[in-house]
Write a protein that binds this ligand. Sequence first.
Ligand code: KG4
Ligand code: ZN
Length: 334
Amino acid sequence: MSVTILAIESSCDDTSIAIIQDAKLLSLGVSGQKIHEKYGGVVPELASRAHLQEIIPLLDSVLKEAKINKNDIDAVAFTVGPGLLGSLLVGVTFAKSFALANQIPLIEVNHMEGHILAHMIDDPKPDFPFLCLTVSGGHTEIVKVNAPNDMTILGKTLDDAAGEAFDKTGKMLSLPYPAGPVIDKLAKEGKPVYSFSKPSLKGYEFSFSGLKTGIRNFLSNNTKKNPSFVEENLNDICCSVQNTIVEILLDTLKRAAEDTGIHRLAIAGGVSANSHLRQQFEQLIESKGWKGYIPAFRYCTDNAAMIAITAHYKFMNKEFSHQGVKPQPRLKIH
Ligand code: KG4
Ligand code: ZN
């Protein structure tokens, strides 16, 4: 019997729908929301309104691309959390209605588990267990992935997430939101000439608030001396900050791999799109003779393909949800 799943992702500011058949992706649509750029961050109320506007046209185009009829869908999956309540609510309500109208089961998916299982969409797929550095706008974690439905967080951030470190630096440099991809691009033209102190933490924890303060002080000291300091040195500043963030992430991941003896490593989440992180990760893997897994760009940032593949595993385990399900903005990996 073939299994076809429709999946919806609406946790933040990207509306996305995917269709997967027998764990093979048939179509993926992502509709990003430009409206937040001028506010320097996601405005929750505007995000949920945009999801409402985009979700039906996106469904139509994804069904068309997959050449699938609504009646061929066996289950509908959705992101239940973590995320913005209003944004999640659009996806959850839409999925419930779709399930009810088509008399098919509902599958709820944890967004962060989705980011990790994005590695199971295309070959080569990691064998279990593997360690995943999960780095997004809201999360920074090292997760031990024992099986699709069995994950343990070995360490996480005590304050800001890696994506926030990029975005907040961007704000200080007057760059558009989200600043991660912009810093990535500018850093390519720069050199890591400035150094920022890195936290030394026990275990596999992360912290980025000290770096944020360090950058703020560095910028204010230098602009006092030269008001055009940022303008004149933007690429070098971006390159230096990016290098520091990537070093913090990979130092901890390396330690976790050495301590646990698990030498299959993966990166996931929006920040895993960062070119310096990808390159340094590859270098680490090569130098150690370990196995590394880097997701395709389209599976790094928020997308419904990762929700669909996670739902496929849940379908196989008959882990279904129900019409009373509510969004869980603060859901954790369990
Ligand atoms: O996973 P994601 O799309 O959404 C959340 O679940 O948060 O991650 C978004 C985050 C933002 O902070 C964004 O600046 C960052 O990922 N990001 C990047 C890059 N592309 C996206 N950070 C650094 N370099 C990139 N190329
Ligand atoms: Zn995400």
